[in-house]
Write a protein that binds this ligand. Sequence first.
Ligand code: GAL
Length: 664
Amino acid sequence: MSERIRYGADYNPEQWPRDVWDEDVRLMMQARVDLVTVGVFSWAQLEPAEGRFAFDGLRDVLDHLSRAGIGVNLATPTAAPPAWLSARYPDVLPVDRTGVRYSYGSRQSICICSPTYREKAAAIVARLAAEVGDHEAIEMWHVHNEYACHVPYCYCDHHARAFRQWLVQRYGSLDAINEAWGTMFWSQTYTDLDQVLPPRLTAAVANPALELDYKRFCSDAFLEEFLEERAILKAARPELPLTTNFMGLYKPLDYFRWAAHVDVVSTDNYTDPATPEWQMRSAMDYDLVRGLNKKVPWMVMEQATTRVNWRPHNVPKGPGFMRAMSYQAIARGASGVLFFQWRASRAGAEMFHSAMVSHAGTASPVWSEATALGKELAGLEGLVSAPVEAKVAIVLSWPNWWAVESPTQPAGDLSVVEQLLWVYRPLYEAGVTVDFCSPDERLDRYEAVLVPSLYLLSGQQAANLVSYVEAGGTALVSFWSGIVDEHDAVYLGPYGGPLRPLMGCDVLDVAPMPVGETLEFQWDSGESGVGDFWADVLAERDGQVVARVTRGALSGRPIVVETTYGSGRAYYVGCRLGPDALAQLFARVPALRGQASVAQRGSGVERVVRVGEDARYEFLINHSAEEREIEVAARGLELLTGVELGSFVSLKPAGVAIIRHAMT
Ligand code: GAL
């Protein structure tokens, strides 16, 4: 990838007559578009009938773009199988939990385990690579589109068979499966592998360990198909970077497993501008995506210029926010920002989705914003190779997410995303940038590691966290962590299992709190604090009690405990601390405090720093509706205006500043 921040959109010219293509290319040049995703939904055009291929149109598009110097991110069309395929081979369609087969007539109606689908998908990808793979316009491969979007789980017989094979590979024998799933309870013992089924509709809840493994399996099944397409493309053009567009915090796919196989992590971001905290949610998605594979670049593959069309009520981002939110991504490390889509459709499922060229054409304010942003980005240099500075990590694991949100839990309303937001929110507001990490990763580069409700983890993952602390790190572990092993079986004894060295107390039981009630406690400083949602029943052990419950059944018991382990420290938190209490706890850990110079705290101004070889780039983005005067870290050159700044910068609503501080 080049040093330039890439700029562009999904380009679907098959919807338009040929003369529109000329205008498209002219306008793309005007907007300084330099990368477009082509072919995402073009299977029906490329293979109009089984085994009959037609690549002239695509070749024409590629020629057209290449003459204008516009790079192509060439997509495989496998996310939208053509009608002839589904009509002729209904087993390519997915089946829901109740046994109903989906119909075609949309996109992504796919059974990823269908041998027919796999064969036909591999064939069109191979043909694509053979017919146009060597075209000079192609700069990147884009595999499929948003794997598992719309239908993440299929329960058909193909899936049942593939699931059994996956289980045999994982466990070796039926006895081991029975053992891992605890099937002695509720008379669920399997005596023949063929009795094992996907978790289809049953009278009561399915075995949670089976549900968990099914989620693992489905994520892996999509991954297996991705790897098949990847292998075909890599064989054709090994030097081209390859990606597939993720969907940020998307529960059904374990993106940590996926991201190891891409050259560029890419994501689609459609955070709803109508929701409070949408900018923070978006920032969190970007921090997550950046961390999925820390060795490769990442980019925004899709975002809306203003609004989507698939929510019941589609509020636009508001003037200036196409730009501000694109800079949010760049601040958090993105090497490119693309949109869905280039030109708004006249017909079809997404005709009222915003685009770079809207129905009103270049007269629309969207166009002015899109061209201005393109020009501005074309003038920015030095950022692509400057990593984001993050000294704090939040640990996230997909299998934990799947297991902890099971309906068999003490609090079925414990939401992983809420738990992440609980600790992410105050850090975002204090300008502390966070990396998301898997529990398998080495963590020693972080000054502090936050572990919100890591209910499920293996002994090895726990050892990784414990040794991070032992070697001098600081961890903050919240309630409902270290409860079960990788098979969703409880670590017996006081809760916490292999994480107990970081707890300093014994978790004897748990008590989810009645909705609306608070837990009152007193800090060791004498100040009072409140929490809610959950209360652990804690007994003192070797740690130091930092806060103690003052009212109710748990009165006198610890609720926050500090412990030293090796040369590090850990805090265990037995309830969901309220915002003030959480701030008080974070104040004890230097890395979590934020910078005193960040005068923008609570002002709606986001601050992130990227660090290049010879300069630090301080990004400030005003998400509020008011103009803000912001204190900056040090003197420097503001790159978007070219103005040398003193100690303050003034930002209008949606205003952005990128201040380059040369390193001396
Ligand atoms: C994405 C998808 C695009 C487009 C977009 C609209 O999920 O990848 O093809 O449908 O949503 O917001």
